[in-house]
Ligand binder design. Structure first.
Ligand code: NAP
Length: 272
């Protein structure tokens, strides 16, 4: 039985992945902000519920990530895999209490920070895996380090891809620095989930209308993360860009200087 930590596990693709891990006999620890959604998610797991737990945490702030790690490590000293499926989608220029944009902290920085704090528990597994979910991102996406980490003023159109490709840089960093660990990034595709809840009503209405034509099923969007978390026969660092096709994958081969600078920024602001 493998033990898998899922951030963003009370909803959408993370919850779908949790169901699949449980169906294959594994144990899951779910993280999410909304306690009621967490309780509802646990209740929906029926008999498998006794192999699942939920912690209500806010991963948008440094203190929230530290609190999450503390809660989880108080109960578990080993994880075989960490799946990062947290996400927010907003173009508004809003800020967390740390003065950072939540798109940056939830969709990238919390993945770095939480994984760093989980490394001792991951190192207890023979072949630990860290898998991060993003949208489709070209690996050639440039990162303008002069705007990181504050991203002020926030321009969603310009900053969406650089923030997400930071996950690929972190996967490359983990592959270089943690020899036994497999690190990968998966494109979620387009699945009908709660991800648009912070967008204006007309965006949600358009998505609802287009959904039946364009959206992937939850099973398709979760397929590659489930395989990546459970299998050990893939090379770190890997990017899966096509939902539902685990055999189609590419090595994450990025400019090492940019990776190094991004990791320095991430370490400096989180202290991890
Ligand atoms: N669905 C798509 O079409 C699509 C497209 C591209 C990329 N993605 C990516 O796929 C991943 C999964 O998203 P999804 O589609 O499954 O959407 P979702 O159902 O909205 O799931 C997002 C998860 O993130 C959690 N989360 C958000 N802010 C948080 C915070 N501050 N602290 C802790 N947890 C937080 C949510 O928990 P609460 O609800 O409790 O806040 C929820 O569990 C995300 O990384 C998303 O960016 C999805």
């Amino acid at each position: 039985m493998q033990s898998i930590l899922i951030s963003g596990g009370n909803s959408g693709i993370g919850l779908q992945a949790a169901r699949e891990f449980l169906a294959r006999g594994h144990r899951v620890t779910l993280l999410g902000r909304d306690a009621r959604k967490g309780e509802k998610a646990l209740a929906s797991l029926a008999d498998a519920r006794d192999r699942a737990s939920f912690h209500a945490v806010d991963l948008s702030t440094h203190a929230g990530v530290r609190d999450a790690a503390q809660q989880v490590l108080a109960v578990h000293d080993r994880f075989d895999a960490v799946l990062h499926s947290t996400g927010v989608f907003t173009s508004k220029d809003i800020r967390t209490t740390d003065g950072l944009h939540p798109f940056f902290t939830v969709n990238y920085l919390s993945r770095y920070h939480l994984t760093q704090l989980m490394l001792p528990a991951l190192r207890r597994a023979e072949r630990p895996r860290v898998v991060m979910m993003t949208a489709k991102v070209p690996l050639s996406t440039p990162v303008d380090l002069s705007v990181f980490p504050r991203l002020e003023p926030f321009d969603f159109t310009r900053m969406r891809l650089p923030v997400q490709v930071a996950n690929h840089h972190y996967a490359a960093h983990l592959a270089d620095t943690e020899p036994s660990l497999l690190a990968g990034v998966v494109n979620a595709g387009a699945a009908r989930t709660d991800i648009l809840r912070m967008t204006p009503w007309y965006v949600r209405t358009m998505a609802k209308a287009a959904g039946p034509v364009f959206f992937d099923s939850l099973e398709t969007s979760a397929h590659n993360v489930v395989e990546a978390c459970l299998r050990q026969d893939w090379p770190a660092a890997t990017y899966w860009d096509k939902p539902g096709d685990f055999d189609r994958r590419m090595p994450i081969d990025l400019d090492k200087a940019t990776t190094g600078q991004l990791m320095t920024v991430s370490r400096d602001i989180t202290g991890a």
